[in-house]
Every structure is written in C-alpha cells, then in structure tokens.
Write a protein that binds this ligand. Structure first.
Ligand code: SF4
Length: 503
C-alpha cells in the first residue's frame, strides 16, 4: 500500500505535496518522491530516495523545487525485491514518481498493484518495442498511457484524447490502482480503477492573496487529490468528493476541470472499495467514501462486543480488562470496553522511537524485537484475565509473541479479539498479504489458530458485522471470502513477483 498526493494551481504546490505526504507516511515507509512542473521555466523538478518523507526531503532539497503543479508518493513495496535486499541503484530505480519523455513529458505515481504486470511487460516489449527498466508496475502503466497519447487527431479536444488513452489503459491493465500524473505544460490528471479498489479524494481551496501575487496567472483556486482526506484537511482543502470508480479527471493549464466516467462500459463492473482501509490502513481522522474511519472503528468495537457478550454470558470467558494492541485498535477498544462495561487499560506501551522491524534470525532475537517495540505493565496485568484487541491477524507471528509477553507479565487468561474476520486469501490489489501458506488462518480453523497463537480464546469480528460496521455497499472482501472482483488468472506470476519481495 502507498500514499499519493497531487496539487494543482498554487506556486507552493511542491511544499503542499510534501506536507500532504507527511500525513500519508503511515501508508508506506520505504521511499518517497516528488515531481513538480513549473509553467514559467517549462521544466520538471524531480527528487526521490529511500527512507521516510522527512529524511528524504531535507530543506535544501525542497528549496530546489518550483512549480504550480506537483505529485508525490510514499512507497510501501509489495512487489519486486524489498528495498533492503536491493542494490542502491535498483532501489532508487523503483521509487516513484516515474517519468517518460514522450509525448509531452509525463510523470506518474500510483497506489495499488497490476495483477497482469508480466503480460503487459511482455506485450510492451514484443508488440510495442518498449523496454521496461524497473520492477515497478507503474512503469507499465506509464508506457501504456504514453502509447495511447502519441496519436494526434486534428481538431480533437485534449480531454477527448486523454480519455481515450486512459480507457485503453483500463482495457489492458487488471488490478486495483489509483493514479496521479502530470503532463508537461498541459495539466494534472487522475484516474481510479474501474472497481475503485484504491481510494482517491478531490478537494479545492481558494488561493490566499500572497499566492495570487506569487502566481500572476492564477485561477483563484487550487486543487488537491490524495489517498486520504486527512491530507486535504491539513492543507486547508474542502473535500469535494471521492473520485468515482473508473473516473478520469484532468485539470488543464487554464485551471478548468474535465471529468468523465464511461458508465456504458462500467455497467457490469460493481464498485469494490477495499475494506482493509477502514480496518487497518487509513488514518482514523480520514473519511473515505463518506464513511469516517474513526466512527467505523467505533462500530467495529460495538459489534464485536455483541459477539463477545455471548461468550461472557455462557461463562466461556471472564475478561477483567480490555487492552488495545497499539496503535490501530485503540478506537475500537474504547467502544468495545464501553459496550461490555469492562475497564479499558493501555497496559501495552509502544516505544515510539523504534520505527523499523529488524532483520533478525533467531527466535530469541525476534522475541526481543517485539519487547523493544512494546512493553507490558506487569503490575496491571498480573492475575487478571486480559482481553487483547488487534485490528487484524495476518501471519500471526506478532500476535503470538504479544500473547506470550502478556502471559509472562502474569496474566491469568489471555483472550485475543480482532476487528477483522479471518484473512484466508492473498491480496493481489496492493496490500502486502503474502501467499496463502503464510497466512495463519488460510488452512486452520479458528480453534487451531487460537492454539497456534497460545490464546485461551480467539474471537474474530464476523464478515457480516464487518460489512454492517462499514455500512457501505460494494466492498472488496476477497482476502476474507476469496471472491476476487478483478481477474486473478495471472496470480501465479504475481505471486512469484511477491516472493522476490519477501526473499
Ligand atoms: S483483497 Fe482484501 S486487502 Fe486486498 S483489496 Fe480486497 S479487501 Fe483490500
């Protein structure tokens, strides 16, 4: 999963995308990049590197940017070799934004994954004589778009040509993706895959007097598009709307917005927003598809309480404390505790200075790594029955170690609850769920997962309660129920790409 942000119409667009990117850091910590275009000197300005946003964009780097439109990306690599396993040259090559010089000069960023990337790569090489230089599927999208834009049609409107090129891309690329891009001297564009699997939100704000003075050819407004609304809010943009699934949007050099959705083509394609945004990825202050992430997580807690109350009533479990596993489950743990009328205690303390996982080879050192990230307050835990809450269980390794830690701190019984149903199937659309063999729930019953984790009881939020909490028609829940909205015929090659990442 990655974070993307783009700004059009202010002379400080590069500063805004930088700040917007800081607010999206939770979506990816591997690398960051910014591309701006300056209508005055007709030049792109581009910088990207491995690391956190604030480490990559030091003040002297930001000072080198100029431009009235910019796009930015923060990366979490889900395919191709992991950053730490690459040579510095390869690592840098796969970082976004990516650019191509023809036609016009195009720069792009994306959030998501293209399932049929290998087929597209072959097609581009054999049929179009286009060699791809990176392991990043964005480069395939960039080349397909460039190919579609190269035809000129006398008298045709620039948006008609652009739409045609993106529709051609939709016909070829299978997966979940949200894209932002710049066309040199033409404008900023955005599009979202036909199912709307990955989020993208549009906002606008009025320019300040200072901005108008600094940009004589201003349009009175600037626009921002971002993966999450928290970025737009922070930058002072009013949210206009989420881009519709399959929507193509273009803001041209005069500041006019063009947008279209080809409903005739999309009529058999159901919208499928990724439910994992509300479960785990999005920041609690964000609102996606008009559903507040914070309120949804409160609902997760309330609805889970209904399922847990039945176990309490039957005497199967007797929790003394509700304990969130920091950070994501905090909000749900509050409503879980309130509904069950069981005290909420933050007795697992996160060490805020340990940011990264370590490369550790022994069981003992991995255990120590969890203890470095989290500390259990034994005096509050000893002799009590602890109900731990986490957002989800993927591989189960961290959950297992946390349960061990709470037991070692003297807990009597440890129950483990999660605000997501069992994850039994891989994600091919941009979330880093490994192949099924590594998913703890893929071949185990709930009782067997509980035994593996060492929990006295394991309670998953049900699929129906998850849907009820998000309260939205058209959710992707393929990792839960195996119903994939986008063709995964190319999944085997995709899995090979992922294993490269995991080596
Ligand atoms: S498979 Fe799961 S993680 Fe992937 S897009 Fe669908 S809901 Fe989201």
């Amino acid at each position: 999963m990655c974070g993307i942000v783009g700004v059009f119409g202010t002379p400080y667009s590069f500063q805004e995308v930088y700040q917007g990117l800081l607010l999206l850091q939770h979506r990816g910590q591997d690398a960051a990049g910014i591309l701006s275009f300056d209508f005055n000197d007709k030049n792109f300005h581009h910088y990207k590197d491995s690391g956190l946003v604030s480490d990559v964009f030091r003040p002297e780097i930001l000072a080198g940017f100029s431009g009235q439109m910019s796009i930015a990306h923060t990366r979490y690599a889900t395919v191709g070799p992991k950053e730490k396993n690459k040579s510095p040259i390869d690592a840098k090559r796969d970082i976004q934004p990516m650019t191509i010089n023809y036609p016009h000069g195009i720069g792009m960023v994306h959030n998501g994954n293209i399932v049929n990337y290998f087929e597209l790569k072959q097609h581009l090489l054999q049929d179009k004589r286009r060699h791809l230089f990176t392991n990043n599927d964005l480069e395939a999208l960039l080349n397909i778009l460039s190919d579609g834009l190269k035809e000129k049609q006398a008298g045709a409107h620039h948006f008609d040509l652009f739409q045609k090129a993106v529709k051609n891309l939709f016909d070829q690329a299978k997966g979940g993706f949200s894209v932002l891009g710049l066309l040199a001297d033409q404008g900023l564009f955005a599009f979202r895959d036909p199912h709307g699997l990955r989020p993208l939100i549009l906002g606008e704000r009025r320019l300040t007097e200072e901005e108008k003075l600094a940009h004589p050819k201003h349009f009175g407004k600037s626009y921002c598009l971002a993966s999450e609304s928290n970025s737009l809010n922070f930058l002072g943009y009013d949210v206009i709307r989420d881009l519709a699934p399959g929507e193509i949007l273009f803001i041209d050099q005069t500041g006019e917005i063009f947008s279209s959705v080809d409903y005739s083509k999309l009529k058999n394609i159901a919208p499928k927003s990724c439910m994992f945004e509300w479960v785990y990825f999005a920041n609690p202050e964000s609102v996606l598809e008009e559903r507040s992430v914070y309120s949804t997580r409160l609902e997760f807690g309330k609805n889970l309480a209904g399922e847990i109350q039945a176990l309490i009533d039957s005497g199967e479990i007797k929790p003394d404390l509700v304990v969130p596993i920091p950070e994501t489950s905090r909000v749900a743990a509050i409503s879980l505790s309130e509904t069950l009328k069981i005290p909420y205690r933050e007795v697992l303390i996160k060490n805020r200075y340990i940011q990264r996982s370590f490369i550790l080879n022994t069981q003992e050192s991995r255990k120590r790594a969890v203890q470095l990230k989290l500390t259990a307050i034994a005096s509050e835990i000893k002799g009590k029955n602890i109900l731990l809450l986490d957002d989800s269980i993927v591989r189960g390794t961290t959950s297992k170690r946390i349960i061990e830690m709470v037991k070692e701190a003297g807990a009597n019984e440890v129950y483990f609850a999660t605000t997501c149903p069992p994850i039994r199937y891989p994600c091919y659309y941009g979330v880093d769920f490994p192949d099924p063999n590594e998913l703890v729930a893929s071949n185990r019953t709930v009782a067997l997962v509980a035994a593996y984790l060492g929990a006295n009881k394991l309670i998953y939020l049900s699929e129906s309660a998850t849907k009820k909490s998000i309260d939205k028609e058209g959710l992707c829940m393929a990792c839960i129920n195996g119903c994939y909205p986008v063709d995964i015929a190319s999944a085997k090659k995709f899995q090979d790409m992922r294993s490269l990442h995991r080596e």
